[in-house]
Design a protein around this ligand. Structure first.
Ligand SMILES: Nc1nc2c(ncn2[C@@H]2O[C@H](COP(=O)(O)OP(=O)(O)O)[C@@H](O)[C@H]2O)c(=O)[nH]1
Ligand SMILES: [Mg+2]
Length: 360
């Protein structure tokens, strides 16, 4: 086995067969396999892959349940491989498979760790992208300079081939968050990666639709933050704390409205504000902090109930600690702050176990 092509998929049913046909054609004469890593696509992508795998041992499927995330899918697909060379490409035929044999050729020599399919070197391009998307992509590329020192034209590319031993050297340092696995590889490498970029034309998607939505920008910021400060404090906790800050604003606003406009008594207004703030925090965390494990449908209801419970206990811990410190003759603000910190750490730790559990 010389080459494993890892293909992350989410709702790509109709692209599987055409992609494998093309791989068979361009990789003739090479000993290769393709691993599709599917995040339990509702359209049955994994089933299509398995059907193909029934008659072709080169095709394999890893199906992940209750998880989302392009970068982590790529990492886990690469970890299934024993081949010396690993390629990653999209399922939707936007990446030019003709490049694969040339990437392989480059890597077989001893001089390179990674070969990148690049849209931004001479001869490459993005075809029919809108100006807005070109602008956003260029902007993201400039931001990436904060974490990547290499002078690479297309650090956001999702199309590359890497030596397996290079990948294994840095796999434990990877953030594996969001969309940008290549950037992650470059930013996490202990020694500068020896790389080469080969141009290709980014084609239009064959079937299905893009999973890139506006929150991808958010994931990108997460990745950059993780690379910059992730070794000091987990970025997820920072997100959680930021949402908590928003929650305090929501709480005070609802309280004020309840007291002034609603004419409620203080306990009722405070209870209402607490419920609204907790619910709001839950929904915000579900979309931003735990985007990769987002709860839906019935899981959302159970998640909300468990979040109420976790936060209720967190509030008890908060008040208990704060009162204890206050009665030890420490200043009121220190007592209050200590209670709040203990409460938020509790809420964060417990909700990561009981609310956004991976099992759901
Ligand atoms: N396993 C997995 N694959 C994903 C996920 N999101 C996107 N993909 C796949 O990643 C590739 C690139 O996504 P795509 O929507 O085409 O992004 P675009 O080309 O930037 O518009 C495609 O093969 C998708 O099916 C995900 O959450 N999990
Ligand atoms: Mg695509």
């Amino acid at each position: 086995m010389e080459l494993t092509v890892v293909v992350p998929t989410f709702n790509e049913r109709d692209n599987i067969v055409p992609l494998v046909e093309r791989l068979i054609k361009v990789l003739a004469g090479t000993d290769w396999e393709v691993v599709f890593v599917d995040d339990d696509s509702p359209d049955g992508t994994a089933e299509v892959v398995r059907q193909l795998a029934q008659t072709d041992r080169r095709v394999r499927c890893v199906q992940r349940i209750g998880r989302r995330g392009l970068a982590s899918a790529c990492v886990e697909g690469m970890l299934t491989s024993a081949a010396p060379f690993l390629a990653v490409m999209d399922a939707d035929l936007q990446h030019d498979e003709e490049l694969l044999p040339r990437m392989l050729e480059e890597l077989r020599g001893d001089g390179l760790d990674i070969v990148v399919g690049s849209r931004y070197v001479e001869g490459g391009g993005v075809g029919g992208w809108s100006r807005l998307r070109v602008g956003i992509s260029a902007m993201a590329g400039r931001l990436s300079r904060f974490v990547v020192k290499a002078d690479i034209a297309d650090p956001m590319s999702g199309f590359f081939m890497i030596r397996r031993d290079t990948f294994h050297q840095e796999v434990r340092r990877l953030s594996a968050q969001g969309f940008k696995i290549l950037l992650d590889l470059f930013a996490s490498s202990p020694a500068p990666l020896r790389f080469k970029e080969l141009p290709f034309q980014f084609r239009a998607r064959l079937h299905g639709e893009s999973k890139l939505d506006t929150l991808v920008a958010w994931e990108y910021v997460n990745l950059l933050l993780d690379k910059i400060i992730g070794h000091i404090v987990p970025v997820r906790f920072l997100m959680f704390a930021m949402v908590g800050g928003v929650g305090i604003g929501v709480h005070l606003a609802v309280l004020a409205i309840g007291l002034r406009a609603g004419g409620l008594g203080f306990p009722v207004a405070q209870a209402t504000a607490t419920m609204v703030a907790m619910t709001g925090n839950f929904l915000l965390n579900n979309v931003f902090t735990y985007r990769d494990q987002r709860l839906r449908g019935r899981g959302l209801i159970w998640g909300l109930l468990s979040f109420y419970l976790v936060c209720g206990l967190g509030a008890l811990a908060n008040v208990g600690i704060a009162s204890f410190i206050y009665h030890s003759d420490e200043p009121w603000w220190l007592a209050g702050l200590a209670g709040a910190v203990v409460g938020s750490v509790w809420n964060y730790a417990m909700s990561s176990v009981f609310t956004w559990t991976r099992r759901r």
